[in-house]
Write a protein that binds this ligand. Structure first.
Ligand SMILES: *[C@@H]1O[C@H](CO)[C@@H](O)[C@H](O)[C@H]1NC(C)=O
Ligand SMILES: *[C@@H]1O[C@H](CO)[C@@H](O)[C@H](O)[C@H]1NC(C)=O
Ligand SMILES: *[C@@H]1O[C@H](CO)[C@@H](O)[C@H](O)[C@H]1NC(C)=O
Ligand SMILES: *[C@@H]1O[C@H](CO)[C@@H](O)[C@H](O)[C@H]1NC(C)=O
Ligand SMILES: *[C@@H]1O[C@H](CO)[C@@H](O)[C@H](O)[C@H]1NC(C)=O
Ligand SMILES: *[C@@H]1O[C@H](CO)[C@@H](O)[C@H](O)[C@H]1NC(C)=O
Ligand SMILES: *[C@@H]1O[C@H](CO)[C@@H](O)[C@H](O)[C@H]1NC(C)=O
Length: 635
């Protein structure tokens, strides 16, 4: 690669990584949980029986009227807390508001709250603050100086002491610090000069206009407030200028990077493709050499074995090696390629690595077992290749990608195509049917017939049919590798008793359903570089703490007509995820229940984002179901 190409490549990778991180952050738990936790902590500090009874279950859902007294919400985020004259006693922690970054209004007027004022550094959207009529003590928070949208600050009738900071926000149009124990000169900023004496009543030690008392020469001005903007700009003009210059330089550099990125983006994409193809050629030469070698050893001729001669065009390994190939990345068993043959068909080639030490005969027997599984929802094995050094599986190519990409890809970008409830339900059905077929055809009690069920192994073909892939590979892969990489070995029964069974597949299926319903990535099958969550733990917590409405992926939650169905599927998923395998249902029973779920009327027509949510989807409908009683050991 030429040096300039290489630097472009580096830049591209950096941006790619940044982009991926953004997606991962988006996909993690979200704000609701933290905001809710912050309010619960606030409630705990007050020991107020009304709030203890009222601030439970769902806090707010999108733009509906909040369920909690005194809370204002917008798009599910908390924008206001208004708890006037509630008889609140106790303290508010200084960091109580750090996670409530959308707050615009807070009012705790006329209670008996004591302690220092809270830190407002992270509440840049605050416009109205009313803490009047309490027992706040200590100094006025300097973080208030940096709230550039602040319109009204009411601090009268408290026990605040010290100096008045140099407020100078042009937005400030109401200000009252009367009846505290403030002292020193009133800062003569443009903003504060606009308020009359009645904003400063009852502070014996204040001086300067508008009070009648003149300040003596020894009176402290508001110097100690290092954040006083007036002071900073007059004393450190040169320093500020340097800061501005540095800022400008940084901005220019960032803009420059972005311009490069956008200009080169298309070019880079093609270059990346070339790199891939080169890598591919290199790689297939290795395959080639490996095969050359086996041929010379006369072990098996360069021949692909087609598992079924059903009229589809057969071809030779040579055709495959000549085909234009595209790397699809490293699957858990080795690299995976998409090969487009000259005369038409596109196939997926999987190189199998880390296999059990099987001889040719044993290998062929195991492959036969896999190949004999025929079901419309199973991705059929087309052909295989076996030599001492190289083992390949050939599969049909499913043109609409995999479920992982469909569910999580393009979120937060313009490329995202909504993944509607009806399609998700179709996935749930297709996978259950495939799994039932695998289970009925396997008598062993100590294997998981699929073994590696996860969203990246569920494919969607050109007719949107669901095709489950990578089944039965546990019989070929060496156990330590399988235990490291396959989903069924992440189940509780394997972790605690080193045992897997059909119920391990049922568990994987349950987690897959949760992934479909929540749009979140489960930790145990998250691809490298992405963050997943312990989905079943998360859902159990959500159900137990009764914030059910926040469970569902917003993309489907808005389809109101389908809420009953989603709830039904959630119940099934939770049963499948039971920690103890004996309590999980058989896959046939699961399939029967999933088949019963109705898509739900005209729900697909609704506008997005839709602001409302079916009222029936509250905690009652969930907790009324005995099957949802869950163990407390999940946390
Ligand atoms: C909470 O208030 C009740 C009376 O309303 C009182 O008995 C209890 O001790 C208080 N608890 C705390 C932790 O302050
Ligand atoms: C909380 O109180 C408000 C107003 O009194 C009421 O509308 C709301 O339903 C209550 N919420 C809960 C969960 O009790
Ligand atoms: C705020 O949220 C973060 C997670 O983003 C959490 O780790 C932290 O404990 C929270 N802080 C407070 C004071 O609630
Ligand atoms: C007011 O503050 C001064 C110190 O600035 C202190 O000596 C005095 O006790 C305070 N008065 C009240 C009523 O808190
Ligand atoms: C306060 O802000 C105004 C503009 O809003 C500015 O003209 C003034 O210099 C600032 N400082 C003081 C001490 O008033
Ligand atoms: C400030 O608060 C005091 C005490 O509540 C009140 O008497 C006064 O009128 C208020 N001043 C303004 C400007 O709101
Ligand atoms: C003035 O400020 C100094 C520290 O800067 C402090 O020691 C002194 O007590 C203050 N005087 C008054 C009257 O607040």
């Amino acid at each position: 690669m030429a040096p300039s190409n290489f630097s472009n490549f580096l830049l591209f990778m950096v941006l790619l990584v940044l982009h991926k991180q953004a997606i991962a952050e988006d996909g993690s738990i979200g704000y609701h949980g933290y905001e809710r936790d912050a309010l619960l902590a606030l409630k705990a500090g007050f020991n107020n029986s009304f709030l203890d009874g009222n601030w439970t279950s769902i806090m707010c859902y999108m733009n509906e009227t909040p369920y909690w007294y005194g809370i204002q919400c917008s798009n599910g985020r908390v924008t206001g807390i208004i708890l006037d004259r509630m008889g609140l006693v106790g303290e508010i922690k200084v960091d109580a508001l750090v996670n409530l970054t959308e707050l615009e209004t807070i009012s705790f007027k006329d209670n008996s709250i004591a302690g220092n004022m809270m830190d407002f550094t992270y509440n840049q959207k605050l416009r109205n603050i009313d803490l009047s009529g309490n027992s706040f003590d200590g100094e006025i928070q300097l973080s208030l100086l940096n709230l550039n949208s602040l319109e009204s600050l009411q601090l009268q009738d408290n026990k605040l002491e010290g100096l008045i900071p140099g407020f100078n926000q042009s937005s400030l149009n109401a200000f009252n610090v009367s009846y505290n124990n403030l002292s020193g000169a009133i800062p003569q900023t443009k903003a504060l000069r606009s308020f009359g004496l009645s904003s400063y009543f009852g502070n014996k030690n204040l001086c300067g206009p508008p009070t009648p008392t003149a300040c003596s020469a020894t009176t402290n001005l508001s110097e100690p407030n290092s954040q006083n903007p007036g002071k900073k700009s007059s004393g450190n003009g040169r320093f500020t200028a340097i800061l501005v210059v540095v800022n400008v330089i940084v901005l220019v550099v960032i803009m420059f990077l972005f311009i490069i990125y956008y200009k080169k983006y298309k070019k880079l994409k093609t270059e990346m493709k070339n790199v891939l193809v080169k890598y591919e050629e290199h790689d297939s030469k290795i395959v080639d050499r490996a095969m050359e070698k086996t041929t010379s050893e006369g072990e098996i001729r360069r021949k692909l074995v087609f598992v079924e001669n059903n009229g589809t065009t057969n071809f030779e390994l040579d055709d495959l090696l000549k085909a234009s190939a595209e790397g699809l990345g490293k699957g858990i068993f080795g690299n995976c390629y998409k090969a487009k043959l000259d005369f038409g068909p596109v196939v997926i080639v999987k190189r199998l690595r880390d296999l059990k030490p099987l001889n040719g005969e044993e290998f062929v027997r195991q492959v036969r077992v896999i190949a004999d599984q025929k079901h419309p929802n199973l991705l059929p094995l087309l052909a295989y290749y076996y030599s001492k050094d190289e083992k390949l599986f050939l599969y049909r190519f499913a043109s609409n990608g995999n479920l992982y990409t469909r569910l999580h890809g393009g979120r937060g970008t313009g490329d995202r195509v909504r993944f509607l409830w009806s399609s998700r339900l179709a996935v749930a059905r297709g996978v259950a049917r495939a799994l039932e077929h695998l289970h009925l055809n396997n008598q062993s009690e100590t294997t998981a017939p699929h073994g590696d069920l996860k969203s990246s192994n569920v494919l969607i073909d050109e007719n949107d049919e669901i095709l489950v892939s990578d089944y039965g590979l546990a019989s070929l892969i060496a156990l330590p590798i399988a235990a490291q990489r396959m989903v069924s070995y992440k189940s509780t029964e394997y972790l605690s008793q080193k045992q897997i069974s059909k119920k391990s597949d049922v568990w994987s299926y349950g987690v897959l359903l949760l992934e479909l319903l929540t749009g979140r990535i489960p930790a145990h099958s998250a691809p490298p570089g992405t963050n997943g969550v312990d989905l079943s733990g998360w859902v159990h917590r959500a159900v137990r703490e009764e914030w059910t409405a926040e469970i569902f992926d917003a993309e489907i939650a808005v389809q109101r007509g389908a809420n009953q169905g989603m709830l039904r599927l959630l119940q099934i998923a939770i049963k499948c995820c039971d920690k103890s395998p004996e309590k999980r249902p058989e896959i046939s029973q699961v399939l029967a229940e999933v088949e019963e779920i109705k898509v739900g009327g005209d729900s697909e027509d609704e506008e997005y984002p839709y602001s409302s949510f079916d009222r029936s989807l509250t905690d009652d409908s969930l907790s009324a179901t005995p099957s949802l009683v869950v163990g407390d050991d999940r946390r």
